[in-house]
Design a protein around this ligand. Sequence first.
Ligand code: GDP
Length: 311
Amino acid sequence: MVGSAIVRRLRKNNHENLVFAERKDLDLREQDSVREFLSATKPDLVIIAAAKVGGILANRDAPGDFILENLLIQTNLIAESFRAGIERLLFLGSSCIYPKFAKQPISEDELLTGMLEPTNESYAVAKIAGLKLCAALSQQYGVDYRSVMPTNLYGPGDNFDAEKSHVIPGLIRRFHDAVQQGDDNVVVWGSGNPRREFLYVDDMADASFHVLQTEKDSFDSAAGINRFVNVGSGVDHSIRELADLIAKTTGFDGKITWDTSKPDGTPRKLLDVSRLESLEWSHSTGLEEGLSRTYSWYTQEMPTSVQANSN
Ligand code: GDP
């Protein structure tokens, strides 16, 4: 999802000289394959949008896969970029790197100040290792490896699995299916009380592009020793509000039932985006507009075979 959005953003700026590695062509978990790919393509800059991602249940149920695959993917790419003499790199992390009870809104200084949220600890530990690797190599060897920590992202190209996905695509899928099948009840997980901040994926791509365009001195003085900045909208919503909005977007007017046997996860996750604002970037797509664009994409662009099979 994010990689495709970054490609759209780069193309908008007439960057045509792009090389990609799609999953079917290159297994990023294999260090030798990553080395061969980089030596064959010789990029000036590497953007790491690849990761094993999933929603709260997928993370809770497969901690081994999440830590192992993410450590492999990112370490292979960072280590082999460094070995190949590539001076510039952008690593995409996640707002789940912060402690479960971080002070809200969460500033970058909250990193490693408390225990992590258990449902996504494995993913978070991998992402923390990735940003630290980028920062440490930059500090010791003078390369320019930057990181961005996005809040919960959504948009075209997301995984719309009903169970394993994040909350927005999971609910779009289930509300849409209910409308199609004439069901008058949709089950939503947890208590509805957790609060989350959401960012439309094209805004994330624009922020990544902006961070890459920022002069090194300006980036360093805003980002500090760990060389990363938060990327968010600065606005959060309860899951209850989100469910109501998705019901409206999909035209569902039945009943919502809360399944409190499912985990809530961290109570609140709202990023402090003042560092990025100091670099003169802020988001442009509000949640209602982003949901409506995502839903149009889901109904028009997503192959119906995928809609039917992704359950
Ligand atoms: P998180 O930010 O890492 O917790 O990621 P998620 O997007 O998976 O979940 C966000 C919140 O939405 C949690 O409190 C979930 O319990 C809640 N939620 C409600 N319904 C769903 C659903 O259908 N799928 C997911 N993934 N989360 C849901």
